[in-house]
Design a protein around this ligand. Structure first.
Ligand SMILES: Nc1ncnc2c1ncn2[C@@H]1O[C@H](COP(=O)(O)OP(=O)(O)OP(=O)(O)O)[C@@H](O)[C@H]1O
Ligand SMILES: [Mg+2]
Length: 378
């Protein structure tokens, strides 16, 4: 059983530089698929390389399987890492590439062959074992790189953006293969780094979303830890709300005018809007932010009554859905509305948007979320 615990971990690459990682407290359960996600430069690779033993830990503790590993050399940690660049040996066949690590450790020849065959079977590489890397597609090469990790039978798999060199279709296919691999390998824990929130949402049991830039100094590295649905439905802050979900959440300025246990009232553009959130800890009159995802903004049918009046500026048709970009008034950001099907409205059309209390998010002046009073979907 292999838990991984980061305890108050900090990283400063050199004296005088700001902290790259600040006060990271992360618990990864045995067998869990954990995804580290966040903007470029937020420290995802740094955290992963700390687990692999390729990067020193400046402060705090890292535990693998309950054992403090801060000073344990990489080879003794029972981890295997798969990088973005597959780094295969060009003059070796698929089988030789996969066997190479075990050979250098002096493993028994028959055992190596057995492990390579088993890994090839899992990754559907059996027919390709005698090929050279140059005769493989990008996706197949990445599978060989994964195979090289599997034959080591690690306690922990570490993936650093393994799919970013693949084209979109291959990325989806390989993503499914990695999900299947996690199921097949059962007890191995996985940490997977990506900046792609779709990969994070689809692969993770647990997402660790990391702050970047000055938010690291203000709030620490970890923005939120939770299941994909928790981050989507209960983002802890505006940063999380805007990172998870595509297109990103709309955020509008408002003012708190009422707060009960299950609902808050805010005033926005001269209208009173009800939000299913608990804002009783905030003072009346507080400047707040109202968040609503593009998929939760509903265009009212004609004559349907009250709502937010907006003007359509631009339409993008995606085939299955359309994105409407609308203006709500001077000084406000353009809002994005996602509608099923092909929108037929012309730019310039006035529309009314309905705001449903259960679909709204409320953030305080510090951009921290008020607790939503809607149930999480099962
Ligand atoms: N060896 C180093 N010396 C100094 N600073 C470094 C070093 N390696 C990384 N950094 C800095 O630490 C920060 C985090 O880098 P890291 O590579 O962990 O980010 P990342 O989240 O993996 O980003 P990306 O998504 O672009 O891969 C960056 O600001 C980077 O410039
Ligand atoms: Mg990186």
């Amino acid at each position: 059983m292999t838990r991984i615990d980061f305890r108050q971990v900090r990283k400063r690459y050199a004296p005088g530089l700001p902290l790259t990682i600040k006060d990271a407290d992360i618990e990864i359960d045995s067998g869990e698929f954990c995804v580290f996600v966040g903007p470029s430069g937020c420290g995802k690779s740094t955290l992963l390389r700390m687990v692999a033993g390729l990067e020193d830990i400046s402060e705090g503790e890292l535990l693998i399987g309950g054992q403090r590993v801060n000073d344990l050399p990489p080879a003794k940690r029972g981890v295997a890492m798969v990088f973005q660049s597959y780094a295969l040996y060009p003059h070796m066949t698929v089988a030789e590439n996969m066997a190479f690590g075990l050979r250098t450790l002096g493993a028994d020849k028959a055992a190596i062959e057995r492990k390579v065959r088993a890994a090839a079977e899992i990754l559907q590489l059996t027919p390709l074992l005698e090929r050279l890397p140059k005769a493989l597609s990008g996706g197949q090469r990445q599978r060989v790189a994964i195979g090289r990790a599997i034959v080591k039978e690690p306690r922990v798999f570490l993936f650093d953006e393994p799919l970013s060199n693949l084209d979109a279709a291959l990325r989806v296919q390989t993503r499914l293969e990695i999900a299947r691999l996690h199921k097949d390998l059962g007890s191995a824990s996985m940490i997977y780094v990506t900046h792609d929130q779709v990969e994070a949402m689809t692969l993770a049991d647990k997402i660790v979303l990391l702050h970047a830039g000055k938010l690291i100094e203000e709030r620490g590295s970890v923005a939120q830890v939770g299941s994909p649905m928790t981050l989507y439905h209960r983002p802890a802050s505006r940063f999380v709300a805007e990172f998870i979900g595509s297109p990103r959440m709309n955020v509008l300025p408002a003012r708190l005018v009422g707060a009960e246990a299950r609902h808050a009232q805010v005033e926005m553009l001269g209208q009173e809007v009800r939000v299913a959130a608990d804002a009783r800890h905030l003072p009346f009159g507080e400047k707040v932010l109202l968040g609503v995802r593009p998929e939760h903004l509903v265009v009212a049918d004609e004559g349907e009554g009250a709502g937010l009046p907006v003007t359509l500026r631009h339409v993008e048709r995606l085939g299955d859905a359309s994105l409407l970009y609308v203006d709500a008034g001077a000084g406000l950001p353009t809002l994005t509305v996602r509608r099923e099907g092909a929108a037929t409205h012309a730019p310039g059309t006035p529309l009314t948007l309905r705001l449903l209390p259960e679909q709204l998010h409320l953030f305080d002046a510090r951009e921290m979320a008020c607790r939503r009073t809607v149930e999480l979907p099962a």
